[in-house]
Ligand binder design. Structure first.
Ligand SMILES: NC(=O)c1ccc[n+]([C@@H]2O[C@H](COP(=O)([O-])OP(=O)(O)OC[C@H]3O[C@@H](n4cnc5c(N)ncnc54)[C@H](OP(=O)(O)O)[C@@H]3O)[C@@H](O)[C@H]2O)c1
Length: 382
């Protein structure tokens, strides 16, 4: 039995990870973590018998301890870091947001053999720090994001010198067909109706603005060590081809499946092996047509900002991430319109002075600055 930690086990990726683990077998659950969803964490404890758990609120931690005195229960500001000190063979990092950064760095420092990385904010903000740390660690990072899993599978053992381009595919999100003049004030309900994927609110809004794709370009840059100029994005409405690699001889290799996160999650756990999965196989004849289009920048004005901040480097990716998080929250709370989201991000980026080669502490500071600046911009709009 391998020991696995599932961090963010109460979230969309976390829950699907537990489903996949039950299906493939051969794992014992070392650790689970939630932020505030006590009832689901208690349910998962009953079902998966973890040795260690984390929940943010110490009062919730005491409730768990009362019912399960033999479990090590961590809570509070440093509890998550303490949880990542505990040895495991594999860790699935499915915590959302910037909060995953420090635990992820700790997992790499501890040399956890396999880190299946779903969280994107950490690599967006601290890609250089993470890749540098990985060079001195025995940990291997395997991507869970479907696009990066597709690239990981397509690149396979090919040396990087044979890779000419990475092509990330994007569904275009929920607003891809809404007339441009209606886009600025499109309703929350419409934005949350993703045509192909079932995901959390934040990532669904990010898909509609294509900030999510901007993040994925940044992730790809760091995960595969390919310069941004050689990373392209195509709108692919069907979400069947999850991404492609173009090689120097003109060959393109991509990975196809029906859109279901349980597949990339499973591959990140079983790689290099493959096992039967819970995912339906693809019937290409019933799909019939696969389409690919260029990204319309007028529809997705925040998307090119990803390339810009990658070029600028330093703390700018962190500012983009922080401003986006605040703007998406404000949109979901009906404080700003959908069309205000790119405005808030762009204005935040132009309001902050860059700092090159930031340390982890400076990245954390930039995250706070980005959030404060974005909140001020939103206050001015309201
Ligand atoms: N959903 C997808 O299909 C998908 C696809 C590719 C990549 N991703 C990436 O994977 C990550 C997770 O996404 P998700 O959709 O699963 O998110 P989610 O449904 O919002 O779940 C987030 C998980 O992280 C926990 N969490 C949130 N804030 C935390 C904090 N400050 N400290 C500790 N734990 C915290 C949550 O706990 P509570 O439940 O207690 O709040 C929950 O367990 C994100 O970075 C996302 O971009 C997601």
């Amino acid at each position: 039995m391998k020991r696995v930690a599932v961090l963010g086990s109460t979230g969309s990726i976390g829950k699907q990870t537990l489903e996949v683990l039950s299906h493939i077998g051969g794992y014992e659950i070392a650790s689970l973590s939630a932020n505030e969803n006590l009832s689901l964490l208690l349910k998962q404890i009953r079902e998966f018998h973890p040795e260690n758990v984390y929940i943010r609120d110490p009062i919730d931690a005491r409730v768990i301890k009362k019912y399960y005195p033999r479990i090590n229960v961590f809570s509070g500001k440093n509890g998550l870091l303490d949880l990542t000190d505990i040895p495991a063979d594999t860790c699935v990092m499915a915590i959302s947001g910037f909060a995953a950064l420090k635990p992820l760095l700790n997992l790499i420092e501890k040399g956890i053999d396999r880190i299946a990385l779903a969280n994107k904010e950490s690599i967006v903000c601290a890609g250089a720090v993470i890749t540098e740390k990985l060079k001195h660690s025995s940990s291997t990072l395997i991507p869970v994001d479907s696009e990066h899993s597709a690239i990981f599978q397509s690149i396979s053992s090919n040396p990087r010198k044979f890779v000419s381009r990475l092509i990330l595919t994007a569904s275009g999100g929920a607003v891809r067909d809404i007339p441009l003049e209606e886009l600025k004030t499109v309703s929350i309900e419409k934005v949350l109706q993703h045509p192909n994927w079932k995901m959390g609110f934040k990532i669904t809004v990010d898909s509609a603005t294509m900030v999510n794709k901007a993040f994925e370009v940044m992730e790809a840059r760091w995960l595969f060590d390919v310069e941004p100029e050689r990373i392209d994005v195509l709108i692919h409405r069907e979400s069947i081809v999850h991404s492609l690699v173009e090689f120097v001889d003109g060959s393109m290799i991509g990975q196809m499946s029906i859109p279901d996160m349980r597949l990339p999650i499973q591959y990140a756990l079983t790689y290099p092996d493959r096992k039967s999965s819970l995912v339906q196989t693809l019937d290409l004849s019933s799909i019939g047509r696969l389409t690919f289009e260029k990204v319309d920048i007028e529809r997705y004005p925040a998307f090119p900002l990803g390339y810009e901040v990658l070029k600028e480097g330093g703390i700018m990716p962190t500012i983009l991430n922080a401003a986006d998080e605040v703007a998406v929250n404000a949109f979901l709370n009906k404080e700003i319109t959908f069309g205000d989201i790119p405005y808030v991000i762009e204005k935040a980026l132009s309001s902050v002075e860059n700092k090159m080669n930031p340390s982890v502490e400076e990245i954390e500071e930039a995250n706070e600055i980005g959030r404060e600046v974005a909140k001020r911009i939103i206050k001015d709009i309201c």
